[in-house]
Design a protein around this ligand. Structure first.
Ligand code: FES
Length: 155
């Protein structure tokens, strides 16, 4: 589903739908991301105002949770596990390989909008470490060849 272009009124409507809920911050941020593909910077003061919080508090939540994006993701999302079991099986060198092939860091998207690279902390596939997820599909026993072909195949 394509994401909506930023529109302040639309954001205000989304915020208004959830503002009265208990613990409204997370539902609001999720709803904004669902609509716009990320939590746009311009939404932060609106959320802060609606919840009577400071911008810094809202900003802190957005940056604390890895799920929230500051810019929309690319057409494909590759998540590489960085937790312990995967690290012990060479996840760090796979991560370095992915970053250098793609020319991006964690949470970034290639310039052509093709692929976003995310770090995750355990995909529940520790027995098959190192693990990854491409567009929601789990991949275990990742190795450099497989990683390269996943990157090449995500067109
Ligand atoms: S530590 Fe990587 S899948 Fe669990």
């Amino acid at each position: 589903m394509p994401f909506a272009e930023w529109e302040e009124d639309l954001a205000r409507d989304i915020i208004g739908e959830h503002a009265a809920e208990q613990g409204a911050m997370l539902p609001i941020l999720h709803a904004l991301q669902e609509k716009f593909g990320c939590v746009p910077e311009a939404a932060i003061p609106l959320v802060a105002h609606a919840l009577n919080l400071s911008r810094a508090e809202v900003h802190g939540v957005v940056t604390f949770y890895h799920d929230f994006r500051r810019a929309p993701a690319g057409r494909h999302v590759l998540k590489l596990c960085r937790a312990e079991a995967c690290q012990s099986m060479g996840a760090d060198s796979l991560a370095a390989r992915a970053q250098s092939r793609l020319g991006i860091g964690w949470g970034e998207t290639t310039k052509d909008g093709r692929l976003t690279l995310d770090a995750v902390f355990c995909l529940g596939l520790c027995a098959n470490a190192p693990s990854a997820m491409l567009d929601g599909k789990l991949v275990g026993r990742l190795d450099p060849t497989r990683l390269d072909s996943m990157i090449a195949g995500a067109a």
